[in-house]
Design a protein around this ligand. Structure first.
Ligand code: SF4
Length: 164
């Protein structure tokens, strides 16, 4: 690991840690392990142009990988059920405090043929503003277009879906 890489990893680690804590999430307290994942995110960012999940095989086509751009669409459900996201980058408060042990986490991402546009995108209503839903954390907002960045989990605009 070069000095530059170490600094880059540290910078991203601190950014993700702050965003996580601000949004009610927690990075894995095993800092060495977590920094390895952060390094993989940087590598994927350089390789694909987006931080694809370090534990999954990315296609290299952003539109096909949107659900596994970190934080992925499956993070919250896995934290709730297993105490950590699939990679173990994010953990629940109980895991953070050592009150729950980490276990292996089965892959929640559906197989490619079963991944489809959300049916909610097709819902039409008479509301004055469309409602957008963050597919990562479930944050809802009624406005002309989704926010650039989710105020809760910091996912980018492209991770929002039309909800109503
Ligand atoms: S949040 Fe999802 S994409 Fe990010 S490291 Fe965890 S499992 Fe991978």
């Amino acid at each position: 690991m070069t000095d530059i890489n170490t600094q880059e990893i540290q910078r991203l680690y601190e950014k993700l840690n702050k965003e996580a804590e601000d949004g009610g999430y927690h990075l894995n307290p095993d800092v060495e392990f977590t920094k390895q994942l952060v390094e993989s995110l940087i590598i994927n960012q350089q390789r694909y142009g987006y931080p694809a999940c370090p534990c999954r095989l990315a296609s290299g086509k952003k539109e096909e990988d949107l659900d596994i751009i970190c934080p992925c669409d499956y993070r919250d459900a896995d934290i709730l059920e297993y105490g950590a996201c699939y990679c173990g980058l994010y953990v629940s408060e109980k895991v953070l405090k050592g009150e729950r042990k980490l276990q292996s986490i089965p892959e929640r991402r559906p197989p490619k043929e079963k991944r489809s546009e959300s049916v909610t995108q097709k819902i039409q209503t008479g509301l004055p503003y469309p409602v957008y839903r963050c597919k990562v954390c479930g944050y809802l907002c009624a406005r002309e277009s989704p926010p650039e960045v989710c105020p809760i989990c910091k996912a980018k605009k492209e991770r929002f879906e039309r909800f109503m």
